[in-house]
Design a protein around this ligand. Structure first.
Ligand code: CU
Length: 296
C-alpha cells in the first residue's frame, strides 16, 4: 500500500513524458502543414515555400533547427527527471558535497559552442543567398503607407505606372477571396523570373513580408531597401505588414499574383491603361524626384 501513491505519480510522469515525446515526433516528421500562399485554420508549420530562398529557409527550420531544439529539450528534460528521481531526499538521503568538476564544466561549455557552430554554417549561407542579389529580370518598387501599399513598375521594363493596393472591404469579397488578405489591386509578376524588390515607405516604418517567398524586409522612410525572389509556382501569395505602424497596421495586406509570361504581358498592357490616369501614376522615388522617362 505504501508504494501505490508513488507508483501512481511515476505513471503520471511517464505518461506526460510519452505524450511530450509523441508530440515532438509528430512535429518533426510532418513537414509543412500550411497551404500555398496563405494560412488556413488549424494549420501549423511554415507556409509552403515557392522560391529557392523560402525552400532553403524551410530546410533550415524543419531539418536543422527543429531537430536540434527537440534534442536539446529532451536531453534537458531527461536530466531534470533523472535528478528528481535519483537525488530526491528519499533516494539520496546524504547529499554529495561536490561543487566542481573540470571535465564536466569544459564539456558543458564546448558542446553548446559546437552546436552554435553547426547552426551558424547553414545560417550564414542562407543569409548570403538572401542578401547577395543575383542578376534580376525585372524590378518592382514597393512603398508602404499608412495604411496601404503602392507598387511601381519602372518604364524601362514595359511598365511606367504605379498603383495603390488596399485591403478589400468585407462587402467586396468575392468567392475565392480571403478576408483580411485580399486586396483591390494585386501586384503581378511572371513565374520563374528573378524579381528585384525595392522597398521604402512614405511615412513610418512598415514591414514587407511574404512568407511563401521567404521575403521579409523593412520599409523605412528615406531609405531604399532591396531584396529579391523568384517564384516557381503560379498562384496568389499573401503577406502582411510586419512592423507595428499604427491604427490600421492589420489592414494593409500584401497580395502578389504569380502568372505565366503571356499572362504577365497581357496584364502589363491592361494595367498601363487602367493606372495611366490613376492617383500616383507618376513615379516617385524616395527623395521625391521623378525618374527621367515617364513611359507614357
Ligand atoms: Cu504597416
Amino acid at each position: 500500500m505504501r508504494f501505490l501513491p508513488r507508483f501512481g505519480w511515476r505513471a503520471e510522469t511517464c505518461s506526460i513524458g510519452l505524450a511530450l515525446a509523441g508530440a515532438c515526433l509528430a512535429f518533426c516528421t510532418v513537414p509543412a502543414w500550411a497551404g500555398f500562399g496563405h494560412p488556413d485554420p488549424g494549420e501549423i508549420g511554415l507556409q509552403a515555400a515557392v522560391t529557392p530562398i523560402a525552400q532553403e529557409m524551410e530546410f533550415f527550420h524543419n531539418d536543422i533547427l527543429t531537430p536540434i531544439i527537440f534534442a536539446v529539450s529532451l536531453f534537458v528534460a531527461a536530466l531534470i527527471l533523472y535528478c528528481i528521481f535519483r537525488f530526491n531526499e528519499k533516494a539520496n538521503p546524504t547529499p554529495s558535497a561536490l561543487t566542481h568538476n573540470t571535465g564536466l564544466e569544459v564539456a558543458w561549455t564546448l558542446i553548446p559552442v559546437l552546436i552554435l557552430v553547426v547552426i551558424a554554417i547553414p545560417s550564414f549561407r542562407l543569409l548570403d543567398h538572401q542578401l547577395v542579389i543575383p542578376a534580376t529580370d525585372m524590378t518592382v518598387k514597393v512603398t508602404g503607407h499608412q495604411w496601404y501599399w503602392s507598387y511601381q513598375y519602372p518604364p524601362d521594363q514595359g511598365g511606367g505606372f504605379s498603383f495603390d493596393s488596399y485591403i478589400k472591404d468585407p462587402s467586396d469579397l468575392k468567392p475565392g477571396d480571403i478576408s483580411k488578405l485580399s486586396v483591390d489591386n494585386e501586384a503581378v509578376v511572371p513565374v520563374n523570373k528573378t524579381v528585384l524588390v525595392q522597398v521604402t515607405s512614405s511615412d513610418v516604418i512598415h514591414g514587407f513580408v511574404v512568407p511563401s517567398f521567404g521575403v521579409r524586409i523593412d520599409a523605412v522612410p528615406g531609405r531604399l531597401n532591396e531584396t529579391w525572389f523568384r517564384a516557381e509556382r503560379e498562384g496568389v501569395y499573401y503577406g502582411q505588414c510586419s512592423e507595428l505602424c499604427g491604427e490600421d497596421h492589420a489592414d494593409m495586406p500584401i497580395a502578389i499574383r504569380v502568372v505565366s509570361a503571356d499572362e504577365y504581358t497581357a496584364w502589363l498592357a491592361t494595367a498601363k491603361k487602367k493606372f495611366a490616369s490613376a492617383k500616383g501614376a507618376k513615379l516617385h522615388y524616395a527623395d521625391n524626384t521623378t525618374p527621367v522617362a515617364a513611359g507614357n
